[in-house]
Ligand binder design. Sequence first.
Ligand SMILES: [Zn+2]
Length: 59
Amino acid sequence: MRVITSTCPDCGTIVSANELEANRVMKCPSLGCKTVLAFDDLPDEERQFFLENREQYRL
Ligand SMILES: [Zn+2]
């Protein structure tokens, strides 16, 4: 399975597309980092791939 993740530009924490998609917008999970990550920040291609294959990404 292709893994789709986003990386926080400030601290490098990796967040899975599942979490981003579930929350749409979320604070970086890293302690003390205030960066806000959004599902919409993912590249178009990755967003589309995730949405088309969403069933595979269900936890
Ligand atoms: Zn961060």
